[in-house]
Write a protein that binds this ligand. Structure first.
Ligand SMILES: [Zn+2]
Length: 606
C-alpha cells in the first residue's frame, strides 16, 4: 500500500467550466484515484478553485461586484459541476481561505530566507494625470509577441504569454486612454536559474512520464530566467515581509499562490480530519526516510492540461527544492519540514468541439452544467474515457457522442446487464447456481478472461493509459455478449435443460459482476446501480458530497467537496452468491434519440 497524492489542476473561478476543462484531467484524475483506492492504496485527492489574479479582478470591475463576490459565485458553480460528475475529491477547496494564505506566505518567507526570492527594480506604470500607481489590469496595448491589439499588462489572452506592462507596444490606460508613465518600482522574483542543476538531476531520475512531457520540461531548463512573483494588484495574497505586508498595491502573483494550493489543500484536509499532521504522510520526505524528495511509499501524481506543464514540472518542483534548501544557494527547510517533489506529471492534450477550439465568447462551448441537465454523468465519463484527449488533441462531436452512447454503452454494456439479469430474474428469481454437471470449457474460458482483466486493466490505469484500460474492460463485455449469443440460454427452457440454463446465467452474472467492478472507476454512478440490480446492498462506488464549512481560521464560510471513500468495492473478482434475490431490471443507461445531434448543433454558434 502506498500513500497516493492525486493533485488535480485548479479551475480558474472566472466563469463556469465547459466539458473541455473536465475531459483532460478532471475525470481522468478521478478514474485514477478511484482505481488506486479500490486497489488498496491510501489516496488523497485534492484541488480547489483558483481565485486570485487580474482576470477575476477585471471581470468583477466589469460587473460592479467585488472580486470575492465573483469568486464566491463561480466557486459554487464549479463545486456543483464537479459534484455532478461524481469526482471523488477528498477535499476540493479554494485559494481564498486563510489556511491557503498562511501556507503561501510560509513558502514565500522560507524561499526568501533561503535566498531564492530576490528583489528587483522593474518599470511600473503610474498615471501621469494623478501620479498614482496604475495596476496591471488597467493597462492595455499591443502584444509584443503576437501583435494582438488588446493584450493586458500581465498577460496576452490571444497567445497566452505572460507579459510585463512595459513590454506592451502603444500602452494605454484603460481608465482614461492616457499613455502611462513608467517609473522604477520594486518587485520580487523567483531565482529560477538557481534551480537549473537540481531540476536537471531530478528530471533525469523520472520514470514512466509521457516522453513529450519530459522532453518539453528538459528543454525549459536551457533558458531559465528569474520570474516575477509579485504584481501591482490589490487582489491576492499579501507579501509577508516587513514593509510589504501592509501595502495594498502589491500582491503575490496568482500563479505562485495557485500552485501552492496542492499543499495547502492537503493541510486543510488534515486539519478538518482531526489529525492536523496527517498530510505529512503524502508530503514529508523525512517521514519516509528519503532525502531524494520522494518518500518511500508516498507518491504524488499531478494532473493538468498541456498548457500547464511548466508550472508542474519546473516551477512547482523549483519552489519545493528551494523550500527544502536544495537549490544552488542551499538553505534550511521551513516549519513544514522537507517536502516531496512530484512523482509524475500527467498532462493531457486538448479537446476541441466540432472541429473548433472551445470558445465561450463565440459560443463554441457546452458547459458541464448544461451537459448534465440533458445527459447522464456516466455518458460523458464514458466518452472521455474512450475518446478523450489522453495523448493527442481530440475532437468532441455530438454524432460521435451519440454513437458511443448508443452503440457501445447501451447496446454493449447496458444490454449485457439487462438481458442476463432479466433472464435470471424471470426464470429463477435469484442468482442461479451452477449445475452439478460442472462448467464447460466455454464457461471456464469466459470466467478466466474476466478474472485476468483485473491485472491488465489495473496496470493500465496505474500507468495513465485509460483509453486502453477501458478498451480491455469493454472487451470482457463483448466476450460475455458473444458467449450469451452462442450459449443461447433462452433456448434452454425444457425441464432437462434448465440446470444448464442456470449455469450459463450464473456464469454470465459472475462476468457482469466482474465487468462492473472493472468499469467502476470510469462509470461510478451506473456501477452502483448494477451492483444493486445484482442484489447487492450498501455502497459500491462512493460519491462526494457538498458540505458547507466554516473557514478554519475565522474567514467566511464556503462549500467544499469531500467524502468518505474508505467504503466500496475492492479491485477483485467477488463470487456471486447463488440464491441471492434479483429484482426485475430497469435500464441502466439511456438510449439517446438521434435528433439530439441537430438540436445540439443548432445551439452552437461560431
Ligand atoms: Zn500575444
Amino acid at each position: 500500500m502506498s500513500h497516493v497524492l492525486a493533485a488535480v489542476a485548479w479551475p480558474y473561478a472566472n466563469g463556469p467550466r465547459h466539458i473541455g476543462h473536465v475531459s483532460g484531467f478532471g475525470v481522468p484524475s478521478d478514474v485514477f484515484s478511484r482505481y488506486m483506492r479500490m486497489a488498496g492504496h491510501d489516496v488523497l485527492m485534492v484541488s480547489g478553485t483558483d481565485e486570485h489574479g487580474t482576470p477575476i479582478q477585471v471581470q468583477a470591475d466589469k460587473e460592479g461586484v467585488t472580486p470575492r463576490e465573483l469568486a464566491d459565485r463561480y466557486n459554487r458553480v464549479i463545486v456543483e459541476d464537479l459534484h455532478g460528475l461524481g469526482l471523488s475529491y477528498d477535499l476540493f477547496t479554494r485559494t481564498t481561505t486563510r489556511n491557503h494564505y498562511a501556507v503561501v506566505q510560509e513558502l514565500f518567507e522560507t524561499l526568501h530566507r533561503n535566498g531564492y526570492i530576490v528583489p528587483k527594480v522593474t518599470m511600473g506604470a503610474i498615471s501621469p494625470s494623478t501620479g498614482r500607481t496604475l495596476p496591471d489590469r488597467y493597462i492595455e496595448g499591443t502584444c509584443p509577441i503576437c501583435g494582438y491589439p488588446h493584450a493586458r499588462g500581465d498577460q496576452c489572452d490571444n497567445c497566452g504569454n505572460q507579459l510585463d506592462p512595459v513590454d506592451l507596444i502603444n500602452p494605454r490606460s484603460k481608465i482614461n486612454g492616457e499613455t502611462p508613465q513608467f517609473v522604477e518600482t520594486e518587485h520580487f522574483f523567483l531565482d529560477l536559474p538557481a534551480f537549473a542543476q537540481a531540476l536537471g538531476k531530478w528530471l533525469d531520475g523520472r520514470e514512466g512520464w509521457r516522453p513529450n512531457v519530459l522532453r518539453f520540461s528538459r528543454n525549459l531548463l536551457d533558458d531559465l530566467q528569474p520570474r516575477a512573483i509579485t504584481r501591482d494588484l490589490e487582489w491576492g495574497v499579501p507579501i509577508p515581509l516587513e514593509g510589504w505586508r501592509d501595502r495594498s498595491d502589491k500582491r503575490i502573483y496568482v500563479w505562485f499562490d495557485a500552485v501552492i494550493g496542492y499543499l495547502s489543500a492537503s493541510i486543510e484536509w488534515a486539519r478538518r480530519s482531526g489529525a492536523p499532521e496527517a498530510w505529512r504522510r503524502w508530503w514529508a520526505a523525512d517521514a519516509q526516510g528519503s532525502a531524494e524528495g520522494e518518500g518511500g511509499d508516498a507518491r504524488g501524481y499531478y494532473f493538468m492540461g498541456k498548457d500547464n506543464i511548466v508550472f508542474h514540472s519546473v516551477i512547482w518542483p523549483a519552489l519545493l527544492l528551494g523550500y527544502d534548501g536544495d537549490g544552488d544557494r542551499g538553505g534550511e527547510p521551513g516549519d513544514l519540514g522537507r517536502l516531496n517533489l512530484p512523482t509524475e506529471v500527467v498532462s493531457s492534450e486538448f479537446l476541441t468541439m466540432e472541429g473548433k477550439k472551445f470558445s465561450s465568447s463565440r459560443q463554441v462551448v457546452i458547459y458541464v452544467r448544461d451537459f448534465l441537465a440533458r445527459y447522464d454523468a456516466d455518458a460523458l465519463r464514458y466518452f472521455i474515457a474512450v475518446a478523450g484527449p489522453e495523448s493527442q488533441d481530440t475532437d468532441f462531436t455530438w454524432a460521435e457522442f451519440l454513437r458511443r452512447n448508443n452503440d457501445e454503452l447501451v447496446a454493449g454494456w447496458g444490454n449485457l446487464v439487462n438481458r442476463s439479469i432479466s433472464m435470471a430474474a424471470k426464470n429463477f428469481g435469484a442468482i442461479p447456481s451452477v449445475d452439478p454437471a460442472g462448467l464447460t470449457e466455454a464457461d471456464e474460458a469466459l470466467l478466466a478472461t474476466a478474472r485476468s482483466a483485473f491485472a491488465t486493466v489495473g496496470d493500465l490505469i496505474a500507468r495513465h493509459r485509460q483509453k486502453q484500460a477501458i478498451g480491455e474492460a469493454m472487451r470482457v463485455v463483448a466476450e460475455a455478449n458473444k458467449y450469451l449469443s452462442e450459449q443461447a440460454p433462452w433456448k434452454l427452457k425444457g425441464e432437462a435443460d434448465k440446470p444448464r440454463m442456470g449455469t450459463v446465467l450464473h456464469v454470465a452474472l459472475q462476468v457482469v459482476s466482474d465487468a462492473n467492478t472493472l468499469l467502476t472507476p470510469f462509470l461510478p454512478h451506473s456501477a452502483q446501480k448494477v451492483h444493486e440490480l445484482l442484489g447487492g446492498t450498501g455502497v459500491h462506488a462512493p460519491m462526494p458530497s457538498i458540505v458547507a464549512v466554516d473557514d478554519l481560521d475565522g474567514g467566511p464560510s464556503y462549500p467544499v467537496l469531500t467524502g468518505d471513500y474508505t467504503v466500496g468495492a475492492r479491485w477483485e473478482s467477488v463470487p456471486v452468491e447463488p440464491g441471492r434475490a434479483l429484482a426485475a431490471p430497469k435500464p441502466v443507461f439511456r438510449k439517446l434519440d438521434p435528433s439530439i445531434v441537430d438540436e445540439e448543433l443548432a445551439r452552437l454558434g461560431g
